[in-house]
Design a binder for this molecule. Structure first.
Ligand SMILES: Nc1nc2c(ncn2[C@@H]2O[C@H](COP(=O)(O)OP(=O)(O)OP(=O)(O)O)[C@@H](O)[C@H]2O)c(=O)[nH]1
Ligand SMILES: [Mg+2]
Length: 396
């Protein structure tokens, strides 16, 4: 979006550096509703909530943004600030909401329509849930116990229910009202989301892309608009199917990537352990050969030579095969070798201490203690070498 086709009129009535709550209201031809919604927000929002309202208007022909400007001018001592973002063209509901979110400064963001279908009186409860429970998204829901829809004709109810079923089955979404346009979330959960912002249902996109976010639904009574006209039409339904398809493909690609990463990680671990096992053989044969060929060599020396050989062969095989590092710059390789030996030494000491602790202090059977200690030390060895010696991300 270029700044040239976006003008922001900011009337900070209440000056404050940090906002706790941002309320994003998209508008298109809502001049008959917007004053009422701003009025009822005035009574629902307390000063302590430290809220900013962001109205995103797509240059409504009915002059909605001018109405808001007037409203701001005439507001006396309101408990919140109002920002109007005026975009030059009508670019759709989801995109308007994304623009609003991009300008939000609050830790929590509420998204609501401007046609009075979404009661502002529910906002304090939504914010409280965000603050006091461990959820990241609060959805005001028509379809949980206590929620309802009034004023919709049968056809509209059918479309909403059908779209809900498509989202639940197609995208594996568990909540009852993923089609809700009234919801709140902690702003940080959308920081890394790249929005497609197709059509009407931005909540769906957040639910799919904010992975791991905890969601809670609270009931509310949806009241159909009585003033102004609906912008819902056939093209919105087509957009909806397109956005579900894209989100479905997105979900698939995330799963495939996750699978790829785990396969990668496990295959590296497998190679590391295979190299470790080969080291045992190298150790044995080298010690044996030195002991046998140089008959007057003290067996401890032979064993020490075996250890040095096996550690070196382990290092070279891990560098070339396990971590596929073909950079043999002398300084770098020596530094890696040093780290590899260091971690092996630390692993050996750790293993000794752990066996001692488990047997002497926990009275564990020696073979179980040894197994545990070797397992823990070798996993640690793998991870430390992956991260520090060969400079890879741990989970890759
Ligand atoms: N900025 C902007 N706002 C939009 C656009 N389309 C819809 N809106 C606003 O988004 C909200 C929801 O739109 P509605 O037309 O009410 O859609 P709906 O709630 O699904 O349908 P009805 O309530 O039956 O009209 C309203 O506040 C609209 O003014 C758009 O393209 N740009
Ligand atoms: Mg509406």
């Amino acid at each position: 979006m270029t700044e040239s086709n976006l003008s922001i009129i900011q009337k900070e009535v209440l000056i404050s550096r940090k906002r706790s709550l941002s309320i994003v209201i998209p508008t298109y031809n809502e001049s008959k509703n917007i004053v009422k919604i701003l009025d009822s927000l005035r009574s629902a929002l307390t000063r302590e909530m430290n809220a900013e309202i962001i109205v995103v208007d797509d240059n409504s022909p009915d002059g909605t943004s001018n109405t808001v400007e007037e409203y701001v001018k005439n507001s006396k001592n309101p408990s919140y600030s109002i920002q109007i973002i005026r975009r030059e063209d009508k670019r759709g509901l989801s995109s308007a909401i994304v623009t609003g979110i991009e300008h939000a400064k609050g830790d929590a963001v509420v998204v609501m329509d401007s046609d009075l279908s979404h009661p502002p009186q529910t906002i304090p409860q939504m914010v409280e849930e965000l603050q006091n429970s461990d959820c990241d998204i609060v959805v005001a829901s028509r379809y949980v116990k206590g929620g309802s829809v009034s004023g919709w004709p049968f056809k509209r109810k059918l479309i909403s229910k059908g779209a809900t079923k498509i989202a639940q089955h197609g995208l594996g979404i568990k909540i009852k009202d993923p089609m809700s346009g009234f919801f709140a979330f902690k702003r940080h959960i959308v920081n890394n989301i790249k929005f497609d912002a197709i059509g009407y249902k931005i909540l769906l996109e957040i639910l799919v892309k904010a992975r791991g976010a905890k969601v809670k639904e609270i009931p509310y009574n949806f009241i159909d608009r009585t003033t102004g006209s609906s912008k819902m039409d056939f093209s919105i339904c087509v957009d909806y199917l397109q956005s579900v398809w894209r989100l479905y493909r997105y979900g698939k690609s995330v799963k495939t990537n996750e699978r790829r990463t785990s396969v990668h990680f496990l295959s590296k671990a497998g190679r590391f352990y295979t190299v470790g096992a080969s080291g045992l053989l190298v150790n044995y044969f080298v010690s044996f050969m030195f002991g046998a060929v140089l008959s007057n060599l003290w067996y401890i020396y032979a064993t020490m030579i075996g250890i040095v050989f096996s550690m070196s062969s382990n290092f070279i095989l891990n560098k070339i095969w396990t971590f596929e590092d073909r950079n043999f710059d002398t300084k770098r390789t020596l530094a890696q070798y040093g780290l590899f030996l260091g971690f092996s030494g630390i692993g050996a000491v750790f293993q000794l201490l752990l066996v001692y602790g488990l047997v002497e202090l926990r009275h564990l059977n020696y073979s179980i203690a040894l197994f545990l200690a070797v397992a823990i030390a070798s996993v640690g060895n793998f991870l430390l070498n992956k991260k520090w010696t060969f400079q890879e991300k741990v989970w890759s």
